[in-house]
Design a protein around this ligand. Structure first.
Ligand code: 5AD
Ligand code: SF4
Length: 465
């Protein structure tokens, strides 16, 4: 089946009699979570309401991730459930959004006829018109990437809460040889500083306590010569009680000015996610990361000097083409030396279009898994040592909500992004509280009088995009 290219300008959007219900599931990174809020905002402004009940929805959408193959497989599995729902209710519209949009076209041939729309990350403004067209029985694809679309004027839909994501830029120009993002999300574009500031002011007035500035590489934010350090300083000046987080940073672009900016403000969190990917220069070079392990070491030294209490996390890929045991040991050695507070670890997954796609994926699956497990075990022991150093200290926590494991306890985070469990004691969600840390495991800190059972409850599972 070949889907006709759809001209969305041709379809008038009719006023709806009753509000249509849209169900949307999000896979992948925080950028995708933020995109879903943009999608919901666009649909709400044309009369839709969001529902969390798949069975009652008129429109089923899945916002997809293509970074690794297993993320794609999960989405394809889920689409099977959407297909089932469409058999029960043939009027329901099924749409695939986001990073998988472009190459899902081929899979549709295999999967069948139940998908009505395919919309890439830069085409969400067309969604209402595409849905109208699908209701008329016409399927639609809109997957063009844009050099300018950044949804700057759209206020993402957010229910009231404590924390909000804010996309400050889209796309990526780094072209790391393993990464599909420059192909699925397109070239780098920054939002305007003034609109970001307005959004933060609005969130502050609504009572949000924490925002996270998001971009594939926030260090290269640029609006009219204002860089990311300028943006951070301005945003952190809006409400000094509001915590400011950011991710992701690229080791090549982390400037002294940015480190100073982070160090200079209390409410800019002392937590930096700084993916290193490998400890071997040979592999870093093949990955097109444009830095050496020594550059990374020196950068971390400078960061730790300027921000002594900083907490660092990283991403590691195991089994990149040609990675030898010697390369792998260099990664282990780097982990031991830097002592990250946490690491997200991934098996290399070949992605079409990328430069590494043409390299021989020559590290056997079993070996990739062995190296991955070794890295996870090492990092877990390092995280435990890092956390043990906090026992006996008092940390300030933003109370996020009830602990998932115990009704008597709350959970919250330190500014260094560590999860803390502590007794409720009549405190309120959204308040800051000082907690004396009595014990820890590799993933969590515990205040006094929390249930002992919690100590074993948490394992550090690698994040899947
Ligand atoms: N295979 C494995 N991991 C990948 N990542 C990105 N692309 C791939 C891939 N093809 C990881 C990197 C990146 C994180 C978001 O996902 O570590 O920093
Ligand atoms: Fe992908 Fe590299 Fe860009 Fe990160 S910096 S999104 S890994 S290309």
């Amino acid at each position: 089946m070949c889907l006709p290219l759809f001209h969305y300008h041709d379809i008038p959007i009719r006023p709806m009699q009753t509000k249509r219900r849209v169900y949307i599931e999000t896979y992948g990174c925080q950028m995708n979570e933020a995109d879903t809020e943009i999608v919901v905002s666009i649909l709400q402004s044309t009369g839709y309401v969001r529902t969390d009940k798949l069975s009652t929805a008129d429109v089923l959408l899945v916002n997809t991730c293509a970074v690794r193959e297993n993320a794609e497989q999960r989405v394809i599995g889920r689409l099977g459930d959407f297909n089932h729902q469409k058999k029960i209710n043939p009027n329901v519209i099924v749409g695939v959004l986001g990073c998988m949009a472009k190459h899902i076209r081929n899979d549709i041939m295999v999967m069948g006829d139940f998908i009505d729309l395919i919309v890439g990350p830069d085409e969400y403004r067309k969604l209402p018109a595409l849905i109208e067209s699908a209701l008329e029985g016409e399927k639609g694809i809109a997957v063009k990437l844009s050099r300018v679309e950044n949804y700057d004027g759209i206020t993402p839909f957010r229910t009231d809460g404590l924390s909000a994501w804010i996309s400050i830029m889209r796309g990526c120009d780094k072209f790391c040889s393993f990464c599909v993002v420059p192909f699925t999300r397109g070239r780098e574009r920054s939002r305007t500083l003034s609109n970001i500031i307005k959004e933060v002011e609005y969130l502050s007035s609504r009572g949000f306590k924490e925002i996270t500035l998001l971009g594939q590489n926030v260090n290269s934010y640029n609006d009219n010569k204002c860089d990311f350090a300028d943006l951070l300083l301005m945003v952190s000046g809006i409400n000094e009680k509001m915590r400011i987080r950011f991710m992701t940073s690229h080791p090549q672009d982390m400037s002294e000015k940015l480190i100073e900016a982070i160090a200079s403000r209390e409410n800019i969190c002392n937590y930096i996610h700084l993916p290193v990917q490998s400890g071997s220069d040979r592999i870093l070079n093949l990955m097109n990361r444009n830095y050496s392990a020594d550059h990374y070491r020196n950068l971390v030294k400078r960061i730790k000097k300027a921000i002594p209490t900083v907490s660092l996390s990283t991403d590691i890929i195991t089994g990149f083409p040609t990675e030898t045991e010697e390369d792998h040991v260099k990664t282990l050695d780097l982990l031991k030396e830097i002592r990250f507070d946490g690491a997200f670890t991934f098996k290399y997954s070949p992605r079409e279009n990328t430069k590494a796609w043409n390299m021989n994926d020559d590290v056997q699956e079993e070996e990739k898994v062995r190296r991955l497990c070794e890295i996870i075990d090492l990092q877990r022991s390092i995280s435990l040592i890092q956390n043990k150093a906090i026992v006996g200290q008092t940390v300030e926590v933003l109370i996020e909500g009830p602990s998932k494991k115990s009704g008597a306890d709350y959970c919250g985070r330190t500014d260094t992004n560590k999860m803390v469990i502590f007794p409720k004691n009549g405190d309120l969600i959204g308040e800051y509280k000082n907690i004396h840390i009595e014990r820890v495991n590799s993933a969590t800190l515990f205040g006094a009088n929390t249930l002992k059972i919690l100590e074993q409850a948490h394992v550090n599972i690698p994040q899947e995009g």
